[in-house]
Design a protein around this ligand. Structure first.
Ligand SMILES: [Zn+2]
Ligand SMILES: [Zn+2]
Length: 320
């Protein structure tokens, strides 16, 4: 009887232990899944980075870089894996036509780093543009988005014209039926796009671009993933017909010398720049009203009373 018990135990171990046929099949199934996935995406132009092979992510090699972060477990996190995989395939298909972006699949197996969910990050010139592409696309799914042509785009802070309007237009797509109720936001910074009547530029938080170089993608499901454009003349007349922002008048009262002009200039700078450092880096002093103030400077070891007068932003004059 003792011998039979031993046999049963051995059989049980064989069929349920780590080295059982089922367990080996499941583990090798994981390998097959992963290798199929890696074969597929590298065949389409992605680069595989696995840390067991001692490879590391390239630094500053490419201007545009997409990294698909994954490991075995994340392949079974559904629907997250399927969602990210679909985006990855889209990126690979696009990068086939213009090889501007490099696409990397980074395998977290054996790196010691934990990864709960797969995700795709987007970097440009080594700076992270988007932490999680799928999340961003979900956020933008019910928004109407506009895209500028980067060739003609002027980045940075631009003095905006006084008379502006929020862009509210129908989509140029033939099948789209959202009427005039589209509030258009920039695909990159997600801020509303505004039109300047005086210069015909369209502005967002990224910078500005002439009206001719923008394309549209509304939230109507019939629109699809394509970017659509208006005829230049049609777009310009639609933009010029927009309702401009209501001007708002603010009255500032105070005696001479209390700092009304200084306050207004400071307020303009506050609206123009995000931080004091940004303001310090500006080439010109950002002020709209001439103003002056007294200060002391050290000259040859002595304090000298000095009046600084700013008559024009580009010209600063000092009087002793
Ligand atoms: Zn923008
Ligand atoms: Zn549309």
């Amino acid at each position: 009887m003792a011998g039979a018990d031993k046999l049963w135990r051995l059989l049980e171990e064989f069929s349920t232990g780590d080295l059982s046929p089922d367990s080996i099949a499941a583990t090798s199934g994981k390998y097959v899944d992963k290798m199929d996935f890696v074969d597929l995406v590298t065949g389409m132009g992605a680069k595989y980075v696995g840390f067991t092979s001692g490879m590391e992510l390239p630094k500053n090699v490419h201007k545009e870089l997409y990294v698909f972060h994954f490991n075995w477990n994340s392949q079974h996190q559904q629907p997250a894996f399927a969602e990210n995989f679909a985006i990855l395939l889209g990126l690979l298909e696009n990068s086939g036509t213009d090889r501007k972006a490099q696409i990397i699949v980074k395998d977290y197996h054996d790196t010691g780093e934990s990864l709960e969910m797969p995700y795709i990050s987007h970097e440009r010139n080594a700076a992270v543009i988007t932490e999680d592409l799928a999340e961003e696309r979900r956020e933008l799914a019910d928004k109407c988005i506009m895209q500028y042509n980067t060739v003609y785009f002027e980045r940075g802070e631009w003095k905006r014209p006084i008379k502006m309007a929020r862009v509210r237009l129908p989509c140029p797509g033939n099948d789209c039926s959202l009427g005039t109720h589209c509030d258009w936001i920039c695909y990159k910074c997600h801020t509303s796009v505004s039109f300047g009547y005086d210069d015909n530029f369209l502005y967002c938080d990224c910078g500005r671009c002439w009206y001719k170089h923008w394309s549209f993608q509304c939230k109507d499901p019939r629109h699809g993933a394509e970017w659509r454009k208006y005829q230049d003349n049609t777009l310009l007349s639609l933009l010029n017909a927009l309702e401009p922002f209501e001007p708002l008048n603010i009255l500032i009262l105070g005696e001479t010398g209390v700092g009304k002009s200084t306050f207004i200039n400071a307020f303009v700078s506050y609206l123009t720049y995000d931080t004091l450092d940004d303001a310090m880096k500006a080439k010109e002093l950002n002020c709209i009203i001439p103003f002056s103030f007294d200060t002391q400077v050290v000259e040859q070891g002595q304090y000298v009373q000095t009046t600084v007068r700013i008559i024009h932003p580009a010209r600063m004059t000092c009087f002793h």
